[in-house]
Design a binder for this molecule. Structure first.
Ligand code: TRP
Ligand code: ZN
Ligand code: CA
Length: 450
């Protein structure tokens, strides 16, 4: 992500206007503090970094967790889908957002015979064609209060949204925050939301950031290694405080970001670990206890308000705010030129690879470091498929490996490829091979964006 250099975030122009008024009223002259402020927000700021994200007050995040714990206590000990504690949790979050000036929507669905709810909060303003989303699942399992899983992510997203309001942040992108129902039943709420969007509205979502379990008591610092730009913004923030991170691997696709990723939306997120054991090497770099789970209370009754590491929760809340401020004010990426092949190509079962070609001409120089390959393959068991992008000279870039356990349908995803060593002009090919018997499918379409 490059920082915007030419355009001031609008909050800055607003601050300038206020300062101009103060100057006109003679309020600035006597105050050195005010003139220092004027210097920072003056014309020189146009070439400076965008407004820094605020520090998220950990006390506020923890007070949301205390409220969620009280809600569980008053509702049979949990905040699970279909139970009264879930709706009470949603009402708590919604009231805070309504008071802060968000436009909130409660989306209702049915799962396992019970009514479930998503809460969606839009921050007015920003480019409606570029929506930046952050979300967390708000339901617990029925075994307990679910304070780390996922009160932690819910509270961090809530407090970041409230910080947006306090700062009167005016990002270039439109911001949308969401709290999902019934994640613990298989990401039901987030799937319902994504499936309910028109293709046009889906395409407007430029990224989705997921926070699920971000205050584990024996924490690790994991960053989803999915969309490179979303991954980078978090890794940069952690590098800035000198805390090492690792790519998130504990069950890829086990939270609501999977619903977005499956629809081809770029995703990222943060995670501090569930039932896996912290290794000695991890304890050396992060502290905590090796040989013990990141969260020994994962999905159990002891996931209460004491099941939280405050430092981890604080860092991840601040990291989220940094991501929202950085990505929210980023210059829109220039539209680029797309080349598409929409002719179906059958993929024979457990057989040789097939290809689909796209001829690119009239370009100069090499392909970009962020060549985007949007793939739409219909298949009844996508784990069977190995997918490569072939450059004009035949160099193969692996987009996706086969996996015996990935039984989901279809490969509908946008991959970013560093193709900067390839000439742009020439015939690019999508190569798809089905490497396991039984399930079949076809290349429906694919598209390259330079
Ligand atoms: N809510 C998730 C679950 O119950 C927690 C989880 C486990 C998770 N592994 C993860 C969240 C990896 C994000 C990434 O399964
Ligand atoms: Zn869970
Ligand atoms: Ca097959």
């Amino acid at each position: 992500m490059t920082h915007p250099r030419s355009s001031l975030p609008r909050a800055n122009s607003k601050a300038l206007a206020a300062l101009a008024l103060m100057a006109a009223a003679g309020l600035l002259a006597a105050s050195p503090a005010a003139s220092a402020t004027l210097e920072r927000t003056g014309p020189a700021a146009a070439s400076a970094e965008p407004l820094a994200a605020p520090d998220i007050p950990i006390g506020n995040v923890k007070s949301h967790l205390a409220q969620l714990q009280s809600i569980a206590n008053a509702n049979g000990g949990n905040r699970a889908h279909g139970r009264t504690g879930y709706r009470a949790s949603l009402d708590y979050v919604k009231a805070k957002l309504d008071a802060a000036g968000f436009t909130t929507t409660v989306q209702q669905f049915t799962s396992s015979g019970s009514t479930g709810y998503n809460l969606v909060a839009d921050w007015p303003g920003g480019d409606a064609n570029q929506v930046l989303m952050a979300g967390a699942h708000l339901d617990s399992v029925s075994a307990g209060a679910g304070i780390n899983d996922n009160g932690s992510g819910s509270a961090a997203v809530l407090e970041t949204a409230l910080a947006v309001s306090r700062a009167e942040f005016q990002p270039t992108k439109h911001l949308r925050f969401a709290w999902w129902g019934a994640e613990e039943l298989g990401m039901v709420g987030s799937k319902y939301y994504v499936n309910g969007l028109s293709a046009t509205d889906r395409a407007k979502i430029s990224g989705y950031v997921n926070l699920d379990m971000v205050g584990s008591p024996n924490p690790g610092y994991f960053v989803y290694d999915d969309d490179p730009a979303l991954e980078k913004v978090f890794k940069d923030w952690y590098a800035g405080i000198g805390v090492p991170t690792e790519p998130e691997t504990e069950g890829d696709g086990r939270s609501d970001h999977a619903s977005f990723k499956n629809a081809g939306i770029p995703v990222g997120g943060l995670f501090t670990g569930a039932s896996r054991t912290k290794t000695a090497a991890q304890a050396t770099k992060w502290g905590g206890t090796s040989g013990q789970a990141f969260d020994r209370c994962y999905h159990s009754s002891c996931d209460t308000s004491v099941n939280i590491d405050d430092t981890a929760l604080d860092r991840n809340s601040d990291a989220l705010a940094h991501a929202i401020w950085t990505l929210g004010t980023a210059e829109p990426t220039p539209p680029g030129q797309s080349y598409e092949n929409t002719t179906d190509v059958a993929i024979p079962d457990n057989a040789a690879a097939v290809t689909s070609a796209i001829a690119v001409s009239g370009r100069t120089g090499n392909a970009p470091a962020t060549l985007r390959a949007a793939v739409d393959i219909k298949h009844t068991w996508r784990g069977d498929l190995v997918v490569d992008l072939l450059a004009p000279d035949g160099t193969a870039y692996r987009l996706k490996n086969s996996s015996g356990s990935d039984s989901a349908d279809n490969v509908i995803a946008t991959y970013t490829v560093d193709a900067s060593s390839e000439t742009a002009n020439g015939t690019w090919r999508l190569r798809v091979q089905d490497v396991a018997a039984q399930d079949t499918g076809y290349i429906d379409s694919w598209k390259l964006t330079f």
